[in-house]
Write a protein that binds this ligand. Structure first.
Ligand SMILES: Cc1cc2nc3c(=O)[nH]c(=O)nc-3n(C[C@H](O)[C@H](O)[C@H](O)COP(=O)(O)OP(=O)(O)OC[C@H]3O[C@@H](n4cnc5c(N)ncnc54)[C@H](O)[C@@H]3O)c2cc1C
Length: 461
């Protein structure tokens, strides 16, 4: 909560030179500016567009939606992102109330007219008496003052370099690497077999959760040769790729050493080839079910930036996948994000430079709604600090609290990847409720969240 008593609050006159600077006027930055200004704190919002563009943005508007026009499910009773909508409306969120005003028919989803939406966010920010928008790229990290960095997945190269200078190269990723997905009925089950490593699992289904494709030494060596020789995608941004170790593309692993994959995603241990039980596999490629129907399987740990043609050629060298049909090929998606669990505290401040807060997709949340929600919190937290108080982190039983808890230490830093809000991030509802069916259980999550969020809001006075 903002730690000021009512009398102290009346007596406290903020130093009006103490402004909050926000870098990036996207989903998170616009929301953060709105929240802080509504608490009485003057804000300068720095946006590089239209002076400096990105490959995805088309306009100079704030809060531009770069791809889909959907804020996803609006069901606040049984869906985690719908619950996040509810919390953002309860906190007078600019992004959500503007989305409501420009919504389009989309079944249970909240879709918007993207042009009207972004134009209105831009106008409301411009009209706010406490917000000034300054256009131009920020290229370095400020040493003093109160700042929120909300520059998103397409953070400009100059600023990303400056952030990396502070965090170290391993703590800022530039790309998400996606693993390929194969149609089950195109896998040769005369070569592949179902088995979980060391037969782990309580049920037969769990013990057979993976499909395994075996390789001899000769096949493995030929595969590594093909991988090293394959055409790789170039990045038009011309930047050096930065990956967390948990999601290295297979060709990057192969470049680190011919045996690296055999000690990583292709390790053969704990598996017995049911077609040739006496033959020890030299390496094994594992596939895991990707949908409830069991029609799709993803190749585990096989993120790749091989070009599509080369990719199908190389992957079809895997025994059992000679006739593989791919539902999705692997790829690289530009996404700049911090290793937040190691870098940020629960106030979203950088531990090594607490005058800097981060918000939005750069913190490792994924999606328009999640990014705006983190902007909402960062804006309120920064304003509270400037006003001489502190805003408590919302409890992790709420959608906002679950997200911030996840990114600021709840997630495993080694395998940290951008995350959508989902009920897996919430503490479980009590065991009795948990035994009920899924709809009842989700309703219990959202009821608890709404009650706790309301209390959290009330405590802010
Ligand atoms: C190609 C692509 C497709 C996507 N599709 C979807 C989708 O369909 N649905 C979805 O929910 N999410 C999608 N996302 C993710 C989406 O970008 C985020 O969900 C959301 O926009 C992130 O909000 P943000 O405020 O963190 O970043 P943004 O909304 O990107 O805002 C960041 C802002 O910072 C500005 N900026 C960057 N660097 C600087 C600098 N140095 N100085 C000043 N300003 C700077 C940028 O111009 C931008 O306006 C997609 C992302 C990409 C890259």
């Amino acid at each position: 909560m903002i730690g000021l008593s009512n009398s102290a609050r009346l007596a406290y006159i903020p130093d009006m030179t103490e402004k909050l600077h926000i870098i990036g006027g996207g989903m998170a930055g616009s929301e953060a500016a709105w929240q802080a200004a509504n608490l009485g704190v003057p804000v300068v919002l720095h946006e590089m567009r239209p002076d400096v563009g990105t490959f995805a943005h088309q306009t100079g508007n704030l809060a531009e939606m770069v791809c889909s026009n959907s804020f996803r499910s609006d069901d606040s009773e049984s869906n985690a992102v719908g619950l996040l909508h509810w919390e953002m409306r309860a906190a007078n969120g600019l992004i959500m109330t503007t989305a409501d005003k420009h919504s389009l028919p989309a079944g249970g989803a909240l879709a918007v007219d993207r042009d009207e939406f972004a134009a209105e966010v831009t106008a409301r920010i411009a009209e706010h008496p406490l917000i000034t928008v300054e256009y131009g790229e920020i290229t370095s990290l400020p040493d003093d003052g109160h700042w929120i960095i909300a520059t998103g997945p397409l953070t400009s190269g100059n600023l990303a370099t400056a952030i990396q200078g502070e965090t170290g190269t391993d703590a800022l990723a530039f790309f998400d690497a996606i693993a390929p997905i194969v149609y089950f009925d195109s896998i040769d089950l005369d070569k592949a077999w179902f088995q979980s490593r060391y037969d782990k699992g309580d049920t037969e289904e769990q013990r057979k959760a993976y499909l395994n494709c075996p390789m001899t030494k000769e096949q493995y060596e030929a595969f590594i040769d093909a991988l090293l020789a394959a055409d790789k995608a170039e990045f038009k941004e011309g930047e050096t790729a930065g990956y967390f170790d948990g999601c290295l593309p297979i060709e990057v692993m192969a470049e680190r050493g011919r045996e690296t994959l055999r000690f990583g995603p292709m390790k053969p241990v704990g598996l017995t080839n049911e077609h040739k039980p006496d033959e020890k596999s030299y390496a094994v490629v594992q596939l895991r079910r990707d949908n409830a129907l069991g029609t799709l399987y993803n190749i585990v740990g096989f993120q790749t930036k091989m070009k599509y043609g080369a990719q199908t050629d190389v992957l079809r060298q895997i025994p059992g996948l000679e006739g593989a049909k791919f539902a999705r090929l692997g790829g690289i998606h530009r996404n700049t994000f911090l290793n937040s669990p190691t870098l940020l505290d629960d106030q979203m401040r950088m531990k090594s430079k607490p005058n800097l807060r981060f918000a939005g997709q750069i913190t490792g949340v994924e999606g328009y709604v999640e990014s705006a929600a983190m902007g909402l919190l960062a804006g309120r937290m920064a304003a509270a600090e400037i006003l001489g108080g502190k805003l408590d982190t919302p409890p992790n039983t709420t959608a906002m609290g679950a997200l911030i808890t996840h990114i600021s230490g709840g997630a495993d830093a080694k395998t940290f990847q951008p995350m959508n809000v989902n009920f897996g991030l919430f503490p479980e509802v009590d065991a009795k409720t948990g035994r009920r069916n899924r709809a009842t259980r989700y309703k219990a999550y959202t009821d608890r969240a709404k009650a706790d969020f309301t209390t959290w809001m009330e405590n802010q006075g």
